[in-house]
Design a protein around this ligand. Structure first.
Ligand code: FDA
Length: 400
């Protein structure tokens, strides 16, 4: 069976659904294909089931890409306010959690339902459980159709082909490398991919320390030479997680040291000196427990081999300086990351040099578009990745 359509979208995730809406509103005939049994799988589980769908403070600086300017055009044409207006149109309540992060008050499924309702309204057709086998350019005589896509549900001819198959994170949810493969088949270059917004695993000695505290969370500031993030660190059985760690993971590669300030809101040396004056009989772990849970205070002293029974009055300025330094700049021995199994996003992807930032169309292949996470644009934690999916999808939808 051969079906024809003006616009064929591969992937019914955040970007694919939004592109169908945008193109459908222009009265383009749209078909969306996805191999999963449900649309918007990642939306459904995102933000702890409440979908952090955008951020009040969308800014290009919150995105990583080989070309940091590429995202600007799309982000400025379909903004966070446009998505907020869509939520309001459907009467979906939401709230700001912190730092501009907007979450649905209802289950994230409500956002998927909202997008599906919009798709129905514009008459786009959705075909799930559809395996995509091949994508080829049509012959001249098949004009106006530029691409032929062979699938488990038959063949499709389309004028515009939009690749919205996402990144590699969470294969259990349907992630695959299809988008990268299509790009390569059409001669587009890729920026190497790696897992990001992902927990760290630690080498054995640090791992044992972390595992002994699994489930405990404290406020920290994590630094690389390039970037720093303040927020929660969560100790896990295998290493470190929590928002500040996930954020810094996007700037980490093997060999890059990550330094962690474990008391980011205080001047540690000054506080130690004041405590020595005010409470000379205190042991170090008693002082630490003023700022941290007792369990961490004790585990830290054991892990750092700090003397157990020495009182603050017995410690020289030099000693206090070295203890303060350890707290301010802990450099854990990072073994790696938890990888795509748990990563929220994939860094790298279709090289933005290959695409028009206005339309997301491949510069060398007329009618071929790439949107969302498959492109070399990845956001910080906090709703930035969905906003990129909405914005890049909307931009393509205006041209397909
Ligand atoms: P997405 O991955 O959403 O969609 C791709 C679609 O293509 C899927 O439906 C998939 O089944 C389909 N597909 C893939 N390969 C295919 C193939 N071979 N054949 C057919 N179909 C194929 N971001 C954010 O801003 N706020 C948040 O709260 C979260 N939370 C979050 C939690 C978790 C656990 C994860 C893993 C990720 C997030 N994210 C996030 C990131 C966000 O989910 C992500 O950036 C967007 O979903 C990307 O949208 P895309 O449409 O590009 O890909």
């Amino acid at each position: 069976m051969m079906q024809t359509t003006q616009v064929l979208i591969l992937g019914a995730g955040a970007a694919g659904l939004m592109c169908a809406i945008s193109a459908g509103q222009r009265k383009r005939q749209v078909i969306i294909l996805d191999h999963a049994s449900r649309a918007g799988n990642k939306i459904r589980i995102s933000g702890g089931g409440r979908c952090n769908f955008t951020n009040y403070f969308i800014e290009p600086e919150a995105y990583l890409s080989n070309n940091p300017h590429f995202c600007k055009s799309a982000l400025s044409r379909y903004t966070q306010w446009d998505f907020i207006a869509l939520m309001e149109k459907h009467g979906l309540p939401f709230h700001e959690k912190e730092a501009g992060q907007l979450f649905s008050d209802r289950k994230a499924q409500a956002i998927v339902d909202m997008l599906l309702a919009e798709i129905q309204e514009v008459g786009a057709q959705l075909s799930l459980e559809t395996e995509i086998y091949t994508v080829i350019k049509t012959k001249e005589n098949q004009s106006p159709y530029r691409f032929q896509v062979t699938t488990s549900q038959g063949d499709y001819l389309c004028e515009s082909l939009v690749v919205a198959t996402g990144g590699l994170s969470m294969p259990a949810l349907g992630a695959s490398a299809l988008g990268y493969q299509i790009a390569q088949e059409f001669g587009l270059s890729l920026v190497p991919q790696r897992a990001a917004l992902v927990p760290f695993t630690l080498h054995p000695q640090d791992k044992a320390f972390s595992a002994s505290l699994a489930g405990l969370s404290i406020n920290i500031r994590a630094h690389t030479a390039e970037k720093s993030f303040q927020g929660a660190l969560l100790f896990t059985h295998r290493g470190l997680s929590g928002p500040a760690i996930l954020q810094i993971s996007s700037y980490w590669q093997a060999g890059v040291p990550v330094s962690i300030h474990l008391m980011p809101d205080i001047d540690v040396l000054k506080a130690l000196k004041e405590a020595r004056q005010a409470h000379p009989k205190w042991e170090l772990k008693t002082w630490l427990a003023q700022y941290w849970p007792q369990r961490l205070a004790k585990a830290w002293c054991d892990y750092q081999n700090w003397p157990a029974s020495v009182t603050l009055s017995e410690l020289s300025n030099l000693k206090l300086e070295s203890y303060a330094q350890t707290i301010q700049a802990w450099v854990p021995n990072i073994a790696g990351t938890e990888g795509y199994r748990t990563a929220e996003v994939t860094l790298g992807g279709i090289d933005t040099d290959e695409l028009s930032s206005k339309s997301m169309q491949a510069k060398q292949v007329e009618g071929l578009y790439f949107i969302g996470e498959v492109v070399d644009v990845s956001g910080h934690l906090g709703g930035f990745n969905f906003q990129w999916a909405w914005s890049s999808a909307w931009a393509a939808g205006e041209y397909v």
